[in-house]
Design a protein around this ligand. Sequence first.
Ligand SMILES: O=c1ccn([C@H]2C[C@H](O)[C@@H](COP(=O)(O)OP(=O)(O)OP(=O)(O)O)O2)c(=O)[nH]1
Length: 136
Amino acid sequence: MGLPSYATGGAAGADLRANFVDRGEIALAPGARALVPTGLRLAIPEGWEVQIRPRSGLALKHGITLPNSPGTIDSDYRGPLGVIVMNAGSEPFVIAHGDRIAQMVAAPVVQAGFDLVETLPETARGAGGFGSTGVR
Ligand SMILES: O=c1ccn([C@H]2C[C@H](O)[C@@H](COP(=O)(O)OP(=O)(O)OP(=O)(O)O)O2)c(=O)[nH]1
């Protein structure tokens, strides 16, 4: 198999394919994780990042998720992209060379500085979080 192809046109995300032609398959037992190579390296312009996200079909049908989602690819990173996959399903899942396992999107990054202070301006929400507004 040659170079993988990527989604273009109207798609927000470009699909990432497993790329390990010499390694056979990656078998993921339920609950197991693996780093899946893509063979891709990127030169991302400063002020941008690339995010690696799960594919919803794999998540729904097989429980395949990315435990670090969204994976962050820093603009100064020049190594090969890897996808950390996890089998949150109840059946073993096999990844073969060329399979579309994730997707990536580019996003602008606001480079903010953080100041350490003793007090914060008040808001109506305050410290309420983690479901404080209920479900219904
Ligand atoms: O899903 C991912 C996440 C990260 N990376 C690569 C690109 C990224 O720029 C680098 C570092 O990622 P991150 O900052 O999330 O990892 P860390 O654990 O904080 O490591 P480091 O100390 O190298 O920053 O690893 C991937 O290939 N795939």
